[in-house]
Design a protein around this ligand. Structure first.
Ligand code: RIB
Ligand code: CA
Length: 318
């Protein structure tokens, strides 16, 4: 009998409008078992990200899923500040939800990640969809962690396309390049859904409108928060739709056949120059030892059946 048990995932998130979509999408997918949420600064400071994670689980009726609060700042620099211009001052499209009635667990995110992984060796896939500080801290605190992971599948970076937070860097990576470089060096299976595919996966405004017709609390919440996000992309990029960033990694986990990939080791530029936060893949064989030597290949998503990924997400949100 083939193993049909759902894949256990732990989502590290900075919710965030597209994070909310990704979390609801994962919760609605029988292929995945969300065993916890850990929170991180990014779209919002960590305190607000934690409140939002709790609110989202309440909306989904999944308060059985633990939330662990993560680091308040990057490893080696101050927090650059929230992306309130993209996600609203509450990071949920200025919808100002009531406070959650639930609370985060009493351990911090890095410890929660380590404990959860070690309690189920080989079973957990980490799914970071925000800056990578918590994952890096867990790897520093427990160097043996990669051996006990099923893998890491993350949204972040931009290998063959420009960045969105700078010409060089994607937002999640620029928010903690030192952490990202540690995570891309983890000795476990690692897949990356970066801007190479997320900016090719555009959900048009009229398709977004369909979500508002779905008869469930999660879809109703998305329909309330997404107009703020859509407006940002209309103003900033002249786009009548939204790029599917965080949900792309959920689609990749459920339906990897929708993606084409390349395999190369990755380093992150941690210098304080114009390319800080750039994810650099070693695409050629090297004749000499270099900073990529000894790193495992990362499975880099480079192409996507965008219509297929969007329809898959919509079918689950429905
Ligand atoms: O660059 C896209 C990423 O930045 C997404 O994770 C989004 O939520 C923002 O944090
Ligand atoms: Ca995010």
């Amino acid at each position: 009998m083939p193993d049909v048990s759902p894949r256990k995932i732990l989502i590290d998130t900075d919710p965030g409008i597209d994070d909310a979509m990704a979390i609801f999408y994962a919760l609605a997918s029988p292929e995945l078992d969300v065993v916890g949420l850990t929170t991180i600064f990014g779209n919002a400071p960590t305190d607000l990200a934690t409140v939002n994670a709790l609110r989202l689980l309440e909306i989904a009726g999944r308060t059985d899923i633990p939330v662990a609060k993560g680091a308040a700042r990057p490893l080696a620099m101050p927090f650059r500040g929230p992306a309130d211009f993209v996600h609203g001052v509450d990071a949920q499209g200025d919808t100002f939800l009531p406070p959650p009635t639930t609370a985060a667990v009493g351990v911090d995110a890095a410890r929660f990640i380590i404990d959860t992984v070690m309690a189920a060796p080989g079973e957990i896939t980490l799914v970071p969809i925000g800056p990578l500080t918590n994952i890096a801290l867990a790897l520093i605190l427990e160097p043996d962690l990669p051996r006990h992971l099923a893998g890491i599948a993350l949204m972040g970076g931009a290998v063959f396309v420009p960045g969105n937070a700078s010409p060089a860097a994607e937002a999640n990576v620029i928010n903690d390049p030192e952490a990202a470089d540690i995570v891309f060096g983890a000795d476990c299976p690692l897949a990356m859904c970066g801007l190479d595919v997320t900016e090719k996966t555009i959900m048009p405004a009229d398709t977004l409108g369909r979500i508002g017709t779905f008869d469930n609390a999660e879809a109703r919440h998305i329909a309330r928060i997404v107009p703020f996000y859509l407006e940002f992309y209309r103003q900033r990029a002249g786009l009548d739709g939204i790029p599917i960033h965080d949900s792309s990694v959920i689609s990749y986990l459920i339906a990897p056949e929708l993606y084409t990939t390349a395999s190369h080791p990755i380093r992150v530029d941690t210098a304080h120059g114009v390319c800080r936060g750039k994810t650099l893949a070693a695409t050629r064989l090297a004749d000499h030892e270099n900073p990529w030597s000894g790193r495992r290949d990362v499975t880099i998503c480079t192409g996507v059946d965008a219509a297929g990924a969007i329809e898959l997400e919509l079918s689950r949100l429905a």
